[in-house]
Design a binder for this molecule. Sequence first.
Ligand SMILES: C[S@@+](CC[C@H](N)C(=O)[O-])C[C@H]1O[C@@H](n2cnc3c(N)ncnc32)[C@H](O)[C@@H]1O
Length: 305
Amino acid sequence: MANQKEIEAIYNWVDYFHILRLGEYADITCALFDGDFNKTLEQAQRDKHESILKGIGFKPGQRILDIGCGWGPILNAIRERGGQAVGLTLSSAQNTYNLNKGLKSRLQDYKTINPKELGKFDGVVSVGSLEHFCSEEEFKEGKQNEVYGQFFKFCHDVLPKGGKLYLQTMTWGKKIPNPSENTLKSPENSDELILARLRKFYPGSWLPSSRDHLIACAAPYFRFLSSNNGRLDYIETQDRWNQSTKNLYTLQKIFPALWGAARLIPRYFTDPDFRVQISSMDHRDQKECFVREIMSHERMFFERK
Ligand SMILES: C[S@@+](CC[C@H](N)C(=O)[O-])C[C@H]1O[C@@H](n2cnc3c(N)ncnc32)[C@H](O)[C@@H]1O
């Protein structure tokens, strides 16, 4: 699993610029265009929130758990609709941000919480977090199913029978990569080089093989309800994020952006892994993985048994 240090190594700085470009409670995961690329990114993110809450049968007054809550987009959407949401994150920057916004957020690994301590919830959501739950080492040791099984058990234990879980995650695409083939010495523009850079971008993280892999891991605890593949939506979301960089070129934002960049300069010269992360962003590796079908993306609803 990605630990707090690994999560913070990426989210605390990348998201500084993300929030600056996209505004409060910024979603840092795929939006729901559902093929309608005339929508604005903001509308597609709102549609995602709406579709998640509808899918889990949310009603005002209900209590919802968000595992991997980021900068609070779902916590805020639930608050706006009269619900009570609790978010868990491994990023101290995200947690502080959420608490300052009056949201209920905890800096806590879901794996270390006793479900009884949290109490029962009417629904659970986890958007773009499962990618971090299993590390490459755990995958190599054959522990991936156990890790996902424990996640589904945790969700099961905080839900009543019939309670809904929404899970949004990247998965591997056409084939599961072999970690030993993906080195930074791989040929330019090869799938292997892209994956090698991304492994540095998201340390401690490995993806599930497919939608069916997750359905099988969930089966002892959850009945699978539906899924919607989001690979093309993720390509569009990545393009919109890229375009949103122009939002920084305003008098109000350019100085915080320059200040944020200046603070990273010492790290750039002292941390080789950080330079790989920057290179990965420059090459737009994440988008390329969806274009080449190295990765896919699933949005899934489950019902607790
Ligand atoms: C890509 S962000 C997604 C944030 C948000 N859900 C969104 O859609 O914008 C992944 C989130 O998962 C959290 N996370 C990763 N592993 C976790 C764990 N074991 N326990 C709790 N949160 C975790 C990270 O701290 C981060 O908030």
